[in-house]
Design a protein around this ligand. Structure first.
Ligand code: ZN
Length: 125
């Protein structure tokens, strides 16, 4: 199978722009200083919030932003909380990272706070 021209990697069954199924598991690195508890709501307010498929090693996900903690969740947990503006989790591979996805859409402050509260007990490692 030829490498993807966009990321240089392999991602069988997924193409850039694909919306991920609800039960897909993803991971997000938590920036240093924002671990809380609770995790800062600002960690989740980006209209293109980066996450990685869990197939990527946690150390690699964290190294991208120099983080030492991460959380993992299912796509449907994000879409249920970030519902006002109908967020979707979309596969968006980037150079050197064939696991990269984004939780896309505007997020309210209340939604970010709620998501942070749900995710705080899951901080790893
Ligand atoms: Zn790719």
């Amino acid at each position: 199978m030829p490498s993807c021209p966009q990321c240089g990697g392999q991602h069988p069954g997924l193409s850039p722009g694909d919306v991920l199924p609800p039960d897909t598991k993803v991971r997000r690195a938590i920036p240093a200083g924002k671990e809380g508890p609770p995790i800062s709501k600002s960690v989740f307010d980006d209209v293109k919030m980066s996450v990685d498929l869990v197939a990527r090693q946690p150390d690699e996900t964290m190294a991208t932003i120099g983080a030492t903690k991460y959380i993992a969740f299912e796509v449907q947990e994000a879409t249920q909380v970030f519902a006002k503006y109908l967020n979707q989790v979309v596969f968006r591979c980037v150079s050197g990272n064939p696991y990269h996805c984004q939780v896309e859409g505007k997020k309210t402050v209340g939604e970010c706070k709620k998501f942070a509260a749900i995710m705080t007990p899951r901080l790893q490692p």
